[in-house]
Ligand binder design. Structure first.
Ligand code: HEM
Length: 493
C-alpha cells in the first residue's frame, strides 16, 4: 500500500515536472508535455507570431517539441539583443547541421571561433575583391547588358520571368567566389537556378519537424523520413557540396599563390600557411566547401527573389513603374550607366527598392539565433539554449514607424523635398548586429544596377485579366520567395 502510494506520488511529481513551465519565461504558449504546441501549416509561421503579438506583447515564448523559442517583435528589443555576444550563436537544428555535415564549419551555421574567422574572412574578401570597386560594378553592368539581350527574346509573351535573371545574379557572386560565369542561356546554369530554389523549398518544408523533435532522426522509419523530406534535403546538399569540391579541385590544380583570383584562391593560400605554421586549426577543405555552399545558396536565391518581387510590384503598380522610368530616362538615357555612388540622382528608385524590402520582408524571421548562456531579456528569464528569433517583419509592419504599414507606398522613403529618406528605425531587411547579413552591400548594388538597366529597356505588365497577388506562401519559414507568376515583358522604344 505504502509502495503504491509512493509510486503514485512519484508519478504525480514526474507529471508536474513535465507540465511545469519554468518561472520567469516571457508570456506565450507552453502547450502539452513533449509536444508543446505545433504551429498551423495553413498560415505561415511569421503571420502566426504576429497574431500572438496582439495577445502576449513584443516578447513571446512558444514551445514546439523540444524547442523553446522566444520571438522578439519590436525593433528596439531586436536592435539591443542582436548586439549582445550571448545571442550570437545559432541553435543546433537538423536543417543547419545537415549543411555543415554534422560539424560546426562554415559561416551561417557555425559558432565561436570558427564563425568569427569565417565572417571576418568573407567580409574581407567581399570588400577586397569587389565591393566599392568600379570593376565589380562594370561586371554587373556587363551582366545587365546580357540580361537585356536575353529578355528581348521573351518580349510580348505571357510567361514566367526568364531564368536568366537568376543566372546573372549567380554570375556576380560566383565571379567573386570562384572566378566563373555562365552564359545566361546555359541550360546547366538554368538547372542550377531551379535547383537552388527547390533546395530552399525543401529546407522550409516538413523537414523542419526534425528540428523540433530531433529524436525522430533516430526513431523515425525510412518511409516517414522520406515523406518529411529528410532524404531530399540530404541529397540537395550532397549535390551542392560535390559541385563545390569540383571547383576546389580545379582551383588547387591551377593555383598561383602570387596571383590569387578569387575567394577560393585566398582561402587555399591561407590554408597552406596555417598548415605550415600549424597555428590555425579552423581552416580546412571541408570548411571551404561549406563556406562556398553557403555563399552559393545565400547569395543567389535572396537577391534573385528581391528582383523577382520588384518586377512583380512594377507590373502591379504601373504608375510607380512609369514614374521610375521617367526619372531614369532623365538621368540615365538608354545605353548610359549610373554608378551606385551616384544613386542620389534616382531617389524614387532607392525608395522603391526599400519599400519592396519592407513589404516582402524577404527573411521575415532572419535566421534563428540561440542563447549561449542563461541570461535575461527585458527582465524575462532566457535559459541557455533558448532559440531566439528576431521577427524582422514585425518591424516592417509596425505602425510606430510606417504611416501605411500594410500598403505598398514607396513615399515612406521620400522626404518632402523629394530626396531619398534612408529611414533606419524599424527597417531591418538584412537584420542588425553581430550576425547581420555580410552580403548586404553586394545585394544592394546588384538590385540597384539590374533594376536601373531593366527599367531603361523594358516595361512589365500582368497578362490581361490576371491580378497579381502578393500573398505569402504558408510554407515560408526562412525566405519569402515570390510564388511563380506570369508577366508580359515589353521592350521600350
Ligand atoms: C536581398 C538580399 C539579401 C537579404 C534580404 C539577406 C538577408 C539576410 C538576413 C536577414 C540574414 C540573417 C541575419 C541574422 O541571423 O541575424 C542574413 C545572413 C547572411 N547572409 Fe544575407 N541577405 C541577402 C543577400 C545575401 C548575399 C548576396 C550574400 C552573399 C554574399 C549573403 C550572405 C549571408 C550570410 C553568409 C549570412 C550569415 C551571416 C552570419 O551568420 O554571420 N546574403 N542575410
Amino acid at each position: 500500500m505504502v509502495t503504491e502510494a509512493l509510486l503514485l506520488g512519484f508519478l504525480i511529481f514526474l507529471i508536474f515536472l513535465l507540465l511545469r513551465r519554468p518561472p520567469g519565461l516571457p508570456p506565450g504558449i507552453w502547450g502539452l508535455p513533449v509536444v508543446g504546441w505545433l504551429p498551423s501549416t495553413s498560415v505561415c509561421l511569421s503571420d502566426q507570431v504576429m497574431k500572438l503579438r496582439k495577445v502576449y506583447g513584443d516578447i513571446i515564448m512558444w514551445r514546439t517539441g523540444c524547442l523553446t523559442s522566444v520571438f522578439l517583435c519590436n525593433y528596439d528589443t531586436i536592435k539591443t539583443v542582436l548586439k549582445r555576444p550571448e545571442f550570437s550563436d545559432r541553435p543546433t537544428f537538423f536543417t543547419y547541421s545537415v549543411f555543415s555535415q554534422g560539424s560546426t564549419i562554415g559561416l551561417i551555421f557555425s559558432n565561436g571561433l570558427q564563425w568569427q574567422r569565417n565572417r571576418r574572412f568573407t567580409l574581407r574578401q567581399l570588400r577586397d575583391l569587389g565591393m566599392g570597386k568600379t570593376a565589380l560594378e562594370d561586371a554587373m553592368q556587363e551582366e545587365a547588358r546580357q540580361l537585356v539581350q536575353d529578355f528581348k527574346k521573351h518580349t510580348g509573351k505571357d510567361q514566367p520571368l526568364p531564368l536568366s535573371l537568376g543566372v546573372a545574379v549567380l554570375n556576380i557572386i560566383w565571379t567573386l567566389v570562384a572566378d566563373t560565369r555562365h552564359e545566361l542561356d546555359d541550360p546547366i546554369a538554368h538547372d542550377f537556378i531551379r535547383f537552388i530554389g527547390n533546395t530552399n523549398d525543401h529546407v522550409q518544408g516538413p523537414v523542419f519537424l526534425f528540428n523540433m523533435f530531433p529524436w525522430l532522426l533516430t526513431l523515425a522509419p525510412k518511409f516517414l523520413k522520406k515523406r518529411l523530406g529528410y532524404y531530399a534535403v540530404k541529397n540537395d546538399l550532397k549535390r551542392v557540396q560535390e559541385t563545390m569540391r569540383e571547383f576546389i579541385k580545379q582551383h588547387k590544380a591551377t593555383l598561383d599563390p602570387s596571383h590569387p583570383r578569387d575567394l577560393v584562391d585566398f582561402y587555399l593560400i591561407e590554408l597552406q600557411q596555417s598548415k605550415d605554421s600549424s597555428q590555425d586549426d579552423t581552416l580546412s577543405e571541408k570548411d571551404l566547401t561549406e563556406l562556398m555552399s553557403e555563399l552559393f545558396v545565400a547569395g543567389v536565391d535572396t537577391t534573385t527573389s528581391i528582383l523577382r518581387w520588384s518586377i512583380k510590384y512594377l507590373a502591379k503598380y504601373p504608375q510607380v513603374q512609369a514614374r521610375l522610368q521617367r526619372d531614369i530616362d532623365a538621368m540615365v538615357p538608354k545605353g548610359g550607366f549610373l554608378y551606385y555612388h551616384e544613386r542620389s540622382k534616382l531617389p524614387y528608385l532607392e525608395a522603391f527598392i526599400h519599400e519592396v524590402h519592407r513589404c516582402v520582408s524577404l527573411a521575415p524571421m532572419a535566421i534563428a539565433h540561440s542563447a549561449s548562456q542563461d541570461t535575461q531579456i527585458e527582465g524575462y528569464t532566457i535559459p541557455k539554449g533558448t532559440v531566439v528569433v528576431p521577427h524582422l517583419e514585425c518591424c516592417h509592419k509596425d505602425p510606430k514607424y510606417w504611416e501605411q504599414p500594410h500598403h505598398f507606398h514607396p513615399d515612406h522613403f521620400i522626404n518632402p523635398d523629394r530626396s531619398f529618406n534612408a529611414r533606419k528605425e524599424g527597417f531591418v531587411p538584412f537584420a542588425i548586429g553581430r550576425r547581420s547579413c555580410p552580403g548586404e552591400s553586394l545585394a544592394r548594388v546588384e538590385v540597384f544596377v539590374f533594376l536601373t538597366v531593366l527599367l531603361q529597356n523594358f516595361s512589365f505588365a500582368p497578362p490581361p485579366g490576371l491580378e497579381l497577388t502578393m500573398d505569402k506562401d504558408p510554407e515560408v519559414l526562412i525566405i519569402n520567395a515570390p510564388k511563380p507568376y506570369r508577366v508580359i515583358i515589353t521592350e521600350r522604344v
